[in-house]
Design a protein around this ligand. Structure first.
Ligand SMILES: [Zn+2]
Length: 239
């Protein structure tokens, strides 16, 4: 059900019975010395893809950029501005709605504060002007429950035990555990800044050294289960 792999006429045909689409968001962002820049993009795609298989819903092409304010300044981090992400998302929601999708799920594996606000604002602007389609916003962080926290030994923030474990499971050839570190940078909370780089060495926030393939496999399946359940709840007609 990958939109990009289908011809338009098949999409039109399938839209007669399937009205739900997931629009996944990743980022191009520093994830430590040990993991690739497209970590969030890979996670967004794989989680959404597995959930979509179970639910029989469409998936739109992944947006490979996000708003990455803390990791700006690390080479390869490419951050969008707030307005760019909001306008892009608003345009895509409108286009998806006009195509006939009635439930549009914005699913982001990059969960920064500005990212979440931009996506929410885009959905809000659309909903204020049209009731044609419903827009939902779910982040990977929303899917982390007590079962997942029990599987991990360290607090979860960024390029950490959780993300690294998932990448060891999904794309092990791009993870170098010899370079994984534990870092808890003291980024000043109340200072308005354009990058967190002066306070960070590796761009890891958490403990990537605790990651493993086994944890990644279990965590991945739980994240997918939780997304499937959330989408099933959306699809239940509101009373
Ligand atoms: Zn990430």
């Amino acid at each position: 059900m990958l939109l990009e792999e289908m011809s338009w006429n098949i999409v039109e045909e399938m839209l007669e019975t399937v009205k739900t689409i997931i629009l996944p968001y990743g980022s191009c962002e520093a994830h430590g010395f040990h993991a690739p820049l497209f970590t969030d993009t890979k996670l967004a795609f794989e989680i959404a893809n597995k959930a979509a298989e179970e639910l029989n819903v469409f998936i739109a092409p992944v947006i490979p950029y996000g708003i990455c304010r803390t990791t700006r300044g690390f080479s390869g981090t490419l951050s969008l501005s707030f307005d760019s992400l909001k306008i892009l998302t608003y345009d895509l929601i409108k286009e998806l709605a006009e195509t006939g999708f009635e439930e549009i799920i914005l699913f982001t594996a990059h969960c920064g504060k500005s990212q979440m606000i931009a996506l929410r604002e885009a959905g809000f602007s659309y909903t204020k002007n049209s009731h044609k389609s419903k827009v939902f916003l779910v982040s990977a962080a929303d899917l982390v429950d007590e079962r997942i926290k029990k599987l991990t030994e360290s607090p979860l923030y960024h390029a950490d035990e959780l993300e690294t474990s998932l990448m060891l499971f999904l794309e092990p050839s791009l993870v170098n555990m010899d370079k994984a570190v534990k870092e808890t940078p003291q980024v000043p909370k109340y200072l308005i800044k354009t990058t967190g780089r002066p306070w960070m060495k590796s761009s890891v926030l958490g403990d990537a050294t605790k990651a493993s393939y086994e944890k990644g496999e279990k965590i991945f399946n739980l994240l997918v289960d939780n997304l499937v359940q959330i989408i099933k709840d959306f699809q239940t007609p509101l009373m």
